[in-house]
Design a protein around this ligand. Sequence first.
Ligand SMILES: Cc1cc2nc3c(=O)[nH]c(=O)nc-3n(C[C@H](O)[C@H](O)[C@H](O)COP(=O)(O)O)c2cc1C
Length: 191
Amino acid sequence: MKIAAIIGSPRSKGNSATIVKLLLDALKPGSPQTTVVELNKLTYRGCQACMACKTTSETCVVKDDLTDILEQIRVSDVVIIAAPVYIGDITAQAKGLIDRLYSLYKPDFRTNPNPGRLSPGKKLVFVVPQGNPDEKMFSDVVSRYTGMFKRQGFSAIYPIRALGVGPQSDVGKDAGITALISSTATDILAS
Ligand SMILES: Cc1cc2nc3c(=O)[nH]c(=O)nc-3n(C[C@H](O)[C@H](O)[C@H](O)COP(=O)(O)O)c2cc1C
């Protein structure tokens, strides 16, 4: 099983990174097929609206540090995107990547019942920690991006929301979250 884990928080040891580590430990300890990347350490642009991915190319033609990440997303069985809520939405680092996922839509994506370019069977885990403990707050963030991921061709999407976890929290010690990480890994391995 090939796994690509993409961390969209600037905090290398923050809540997103902790959840990703625990999930990877549960999924495939020490797998050589696992790629982990922190977007904050990369140099890249958002979508340039060149429309090459809708006209002349099946992939994004912008060449920067996201080029390899986009390829990892295309070839991995499981993709983990971890993106905490900053100022009411996912971080800018994660949004930059998500804009580039425009390249995962087919040219006729608006009318095509199968609008995504990804090959069938790929799973996505969407990890979204937030400081606010109210589950209604920012649930729209999760459902909005989840809808886009589905249209891009991910066959199954597993959201992991961590509520009420701030900068001082140790999310790894939260029994509810660790149980959710564990059940998510079990579901992925069983499917
Ligand atoms: C600049 C900034 C903005 C934030 N904005 C929000 C917010 O709008 N809503 C919220 O619930 N939490 C907000 N938070 C809290 C984070 O979502 C929370 O600390 C989360 O666990 C961070 O994950 P990380 O450690 O992976 O970066 C914000 C944190 C920072 C640093």
